[in-house]
Ligand binder design. Structure first.
Ligand SMILES: NC(=O)C1=CN([C@@H]2O[C@H](COP(=O)(O)OP(=O)(O)OC[C@H]3O[C@@H](n4cnc5c(N)ncnc54)[C@H](O)[C@@H]3O)[C@@H](O)[C@H]2O)C=CC1
Ligand SMILES: O=C(O)C(=O)[C@H](O)COP(=O)(O)O
Length: 322
């Protein structure tokens, strides 16, 4: 369609009913294409003024080849598949949807923390295999006595902080910006400290920062060695924050006591990933964000932001500064 203004570059949801309702109401022509590569996007999204995008890489090459493009809206919070520097250079406004599933992700982090600290999955397997022996699960600490360290005190990190605070855990945290935490009495129970102090003092570390060039593989053999013996790692943020081979080694050596992860470097997890054979690790399939309500909210908010882009209205959630 020649006047198609909005393209959905790719999405893995079963239907685009919410997007359709928003685009039809605005009277804007749209098209769903399922692109995997930069070349797919270039071939299929010519004339786009705005795109809704999930995984397809949006790079300098794409922005150069589609000069009509003014707005990119990511289905989600993380924008690590979009080259923000190139987008800014080409005058493309990149937006995300930061507020569709905050509680779901914090809940999943809590679920993983409970699963690994209480060894729920191991115990479940034991019983199904015909044994009945709580002592096999040792050691387990009383949760209200542990220190939880949060790396990334943004929306999700702070929602997770509330949850573990409610369990009676001591909460410490590190973020590159902490004024919003220190100036808000609602968070007075969080002790802000350095990354090194979090590594050294936490019994459980939960990652809640976005992935960028500066923090890729921030959890690696060196940082794992700085963690307490028996400490546990939770990651519902991005797989690329963790050196997975080093995590598997730290679990196999017994230095780390467990891990709960929802995200991996390659998704789905590779068949030969060393994480598959590591002890006390619980892995979920990048589902932290998901609930029926969050999925619907995400699609509606993403479509509405794309419409604002086409109409030249102010973006609700811009990520880059033009
Ligand atoms: N597993 C899932 O389904 C989902 C995962 N996510 C991931 O969670 C991440 C966080 O989401 P929100 O809390 O909503 O984002 P946010 O932008 O509100 O918070 C991120 C925080 O991380 C901090 N940060 C950045 N780099 C850091 C570093 N190197 N060390 C410490 N702190 C650092 C930022 O200053 C910010 O306060 C997203 O970027 C995304 O990657 C988000 C939604 C769903
Ligand atoms: O919001 C995010 O960021 C997310 O992680 C997603 O919503 C869910 O995952 P992906 O779309 O990044 O697979």
């Amino acid at each position: 369609m020649a006047d198609t203004k909005i393209f959905i570059t790719d999405c893995d949801h079963a239907n685009i009913n919410e997007e359709k309702a928003v685009f039809d109401k605005a009277g804007i022509a749209y098209k769903l294409v399922q692109c995997k590569t930069e070349d797919d996007v270039i071939a299929n999204c010519q004339g786009a003024v705005a795109v809704c995008n999930q995984y397809a890489p949006l790079t300098d090459k794409v922005f150069s080849a589609i000069p009509t493009l003014k707005t990119v809206v990511r289905y989600g919070v993380g924008v690590d598949n979009v080259d923000l520097v190139a987008a800014t250079k080409h005058g493309v406004q990149v937006c995300n949807v930061p507020d569709y599933g905050t509680f779901e992700v914090a809940d999943q982090a809590l679920a993983l923390m409970m699963a690994v600290t209480r060894k729920v999955c191991q115990a479940n397997s034991q019983v199904k295999e015909g044994r009945w022996d709580y002592a096999e699960m040792a050691p387990i600490s009383r949760l209200s006595t542990i220190t939880v360290g949060i790396i990334g005190l943004g929306r999700i990190g702070l929602a997770f902080a509330h949850r573990v605070h409610a369990l009676g855990c001591k909460v410490i945290g590190y973020d590159i910006y902490t004024d919003h935490v220190k100036s808000n009495t609602e968070y007075s129970y969080i002790t802000c400290c350095s990354e090194e102090e979090v590594l050294k003092n936490a019994d459980v570390i939960s990652l809640h920062c976005g992935l960028n060039a500066d923090n890729a593989k921030m959890m690696n053999a060196k940082t794992f060695s700085e963690m307490k013996k028996g400490a546990m790692l939770i990651n519902v943020a991005r797989g690329g924050l963790v050196d997975e081979a080093a995590l598997a080694d730290a679990l196999k050596s017994g230095h780390l006591g467990g891990a709960g992860i929802d995200v991996t470097c390659k998704e789905p997890l590779e068949a030969d990933s060393p994480l598959r054979s590591a002890p006390n690790i619980v892995i979920t399939p990048h589902m932290a964000w998901y609930s029926v309500q969050a999925a619907s909210d995400l699609k509606t908010k993403c479509a509405e932001e794309a419409v604002r882009g086409v109409l030249g209205e102010k973006a609700r959630c811009p990520v880059n500064k033009l």
